[in-house]
Design a protein around this ligand. Structure first.
Ligand SMILES: Nc1ncnc2c1ncn2[C@@H]1O[C@H](COP(=O)(O)OP(=O)(O)OP(=O)(O)O)[C@@H](O)[C@H]1O
Ligand SMILES: [Mg+2]
Length: 412
């Protein structure tokens, strides 16, 4: 699948801008602090309803404005998709998919798939298990609605269980918790089983990607740090039994000590824990290999590649790794951001370069400024896309009713 156009209104440092993208390599270039990452962030937001960098939606609204809008159109094997998201300062966002208002993030997820990488993804390797669980959740929520809903239910029951554990009347806890724990284990088992399948599928692919990027110098092994395996029913009954036997401990702690909210993944590089022993470059390559592998899992599960957004990744890789990365993404629509591009690395490749200056496209996707776009048909197409974006009346996504209902908060 690929994104054809993206329109931003009062989003970060953009007042009003429309991007036309190529189904292939797109490179957003410009000096520091001009809006490259902001545009990359907007694409991911459009796909998931979630910002990879802001923990409050209101931070994406342009300073001094009350509302912001992102909208865009994508093409998939299964048809065209248009999405519009409107934000206001009370953190309520309204989402439209193909012109219809949706009330749950679950109805947005899975329409346009994307994988996002930026330098802070290093925390995937370096930092807490929570970052690794977020990676699993964002990926699996895009691939499976049932995962998304199981996760929402699990988080709700878990927070109620944790509240109950703090109840001073301990006999009430002992009487009521077993009932809650049946439901908790059932939802947890769906999550654990989906993660186990995902890790089993992604591990060998990440190993191949890592070997390729590192020119076979490094062997990456991914290991799930979860104690439960087998069928969903087997996982549910093992977890239920452990919740019962661990009840006294949970009451002492005041929270639930086991379950998918405690899972982790370990990255072993040439036999050593990459988190402890890996160099910065090695850790970066692990995170990138994982994201590249994720695109392959999307392809095998949905029939098509997601949109790959690689923010500021080139400056961190040597030329050899950069060339290898460009070879890896040949069949995937990829949006790179970079201060500049080394032409020797991208020689003989078709790409669309979009220059950004102070929250605007310099040259407005004008073919004259699209250096490297060799195929004149592509130039015409991108001109057309640009015009269509500005005149198309069929996309109701950002024009219909005024916002009324907030989208539920989803914890990834
Ligand atoms: N809500 C907002 N309102 C207005 N401006 C904002 C908002 N959020 C961020 N900005 C501004 O957007 C500018 C561009 O940010 P962005 O991260 O996209 O830069 P960049 O082009 O990726 O730069 P670099 O090359 O340094 O990564 C920053 O100067 C920042 O202050
Ligand atoms: Mg940036």
């Amino acid at each position: 699948m690929y994104i054809e156009s993206l329109s931003l209104e009062n989003f970060r440092n953009y007042s009003k801008e429309v991007f036309g993208f190529k189904n292939g390599i797109n490179i957003l270039t410009g000096l520091n602090a001009q809006g490259k990452t902001n545009a990359a962030e907007a694409i991911f937001f459009l796909c998931t309803g979630y910002s990879p960098r802001a923990n409050r939606d209101k931070f994406v609204i342009k300073n001094g404005s009350e509302t912001a809008k992102i909208s865009g159109k994508a093409k998939s094997l299964y048809g065209d998709i248009s999405v519009g998201i409107e934000f206001n300062r009370s953190d309520k966002k309204i989402i439209y998919v193909n012109g219809a208002k949706v009330t749950k993030i679950g109805e947005l997820l899975g329409n346009i798939h994307s994988v996002f990488f930026n330098p802070s993804e290093l925390k995937l390797v370096q930092e807490s298990p929570e970052d690794r669980r977020r990676f699993l959740n964002i990926s699996l929520c895009q691939m499976s609605k049932s995962y998304f809903y199981a996760l929402g239910r699990y988080n709700n029951i878990l927070s109620q269980r944790n509240n109950m554990l703090k109840d001073p009347e301990k006999y009430i806890i002992r009487e009521t918790l077993p009932v809650w724990d049946r439901q908790l284990s059932a939802e947890a088992a769906k999550i654990i089983s989906a993660r186990n399948d995902f890790i089993a599928q992604i591990a060998p692919v990440a190993e191949i990607k890592h070997a390729y990027l590192s020119d076979s110098a490094e062997k990456l092994v991914l290991k799930s740090e979860c104690n439960y395996s087998g069928s969903i029913e087997e996982i549910a009954s093992a977890l239920y039994a452990d919740l019962q036997s661990g009840l006294e401990r949970d009451m002492r702690l005041g929270f639930t000590g086991i379950g998918p909210h405690r899972d982790d993944i370990k990255f072993i590089l040439n036999g050593e824990d990459a988190r402890i022993y890996g160099s910065q470059g090695q850790q970066r390559t692990v995170a990138l290999s994982l994201k590249l592998a994720e695109t392959e899992i999307f392809k095998s599960r949905t029939g098509e590649y997601p949109i790959l957004i690689l923010d500021d990744v080139l400056s961190e890789l040597d030329k050899k790794r950069q060339r290898r990365l460009f070879s890896c993404v040949e069949e995937i629509q990829t949006v790179f951001t970079a201060v500049g591009i080394d032409r020797s690395v991208i020689k003989n490749k078709d790409y669309l370069r979009i220059n950004i200056e102070n929250g605007s496209i310099k040259g407005k996707n004008d073919p004259q400024s699209i250096k490297g776009l060799k195929d004149t048909e592509e130039v015409k197409k991108s001109e057309k896309t640009d015009k269509t974006d500005k005149t198309d009346k069929s996309d109701k996504s950002d024009k219909s009713e005024s916002p009324t209902e907030p989208i539920e908060k989803q914890k990834f």
